[in-house]
Design a protein around this ligand. Sequence first.
Ligand code: PY5
Length: 312
Amino acid sequence: MAADYAFFKGGIVPIDKAKVGIRTHALQYGTACFEGIRGYWNKEEEQLYILHLEAHYRRFLRSCKILKIDLPYSLEELCKVTVELADRNGYREDAYIRPLAYKSSETISPRLHNLEGDLAIYMIPLGDYIDTSKGVRTMVSSWRRVADNAIPARGKITGSYINSAFAKTEAAENGFDEAIVLTEDGHVCEGSAENIFLVRYGKIITPPLSEDILEGVTRDTIIQIAKDEIGIETVERKVDRTELYVADELFFCGTGAQVSPIIEVDRRAVGDGKPGPITSKISRLYFDIVRGKVPKYHKWLTPVYSEKHVKV
Ligand code: PY5
């Protein structure tokens, strides 16, 4: 088995050499931002395809800007080093890539200015993050989403994932698979780590970017697939809690979650309690696209290996 490598302090090193001290600012205060990027293994081509590499790093750089982390890497360099790392790790299975930009100074004061920033990237093998076939059972969380004026959700900031953790654990401990979180003023926001879509009367609806959601890469992908492949324009508007109860279909999307149908909210079945037709259509298209089976969408994929990565 190949050893795992990480990108750490400017170079590729064995994963057990990628360590930070306990005084690190980001560890103490959550002053870091990250990305989650998937690599999909294509068996026939013996290739690992990274999905939306550039889009993820564009958001990464936006998160860095919000946190005043000034990385000495351009978008192109970030993409290049990620492909190099993935190539070095040599996975022949689905993978998940985690870049992290963090305040590396060992300083006691919680602030954003006058601190060093650094980059780390690691990867792990990863199949489904949540079950994408059966559908997920959800509850509306008693925890509210952090508001833009408290901790901006559009930046993928590590510290703000405490908010996700409260919601996820509450849902799990109450016997549900996932939480749906509302904004401070009670509108539907997103899942603990997924964006959310509704289908009502054949229309696709999702909360807008001004509703304290993460600006999801998968969300953009779904909006585009729905328009170009199914001919449905997504409506971005505020959504009330009880619209979840009467929606014909609901689904989560995200890098980890992919497309996950929601079959229950607050002990009410969504539609007839099974993944709906539009969700299923989007899901099928999504999985074909990400595995490199639709030539039209190859532009969304970055191959890791320069030739077939045959088993040795
Ligand atoms: N909303 C939140 C709060 C998220 O954490 C995520 C992604 C999304 C939406 C979906 O965004 P995207 O489509 O760009 O992935 N969550 C990460 C993921 O990799 C982290 C999970 C722990 O899916």
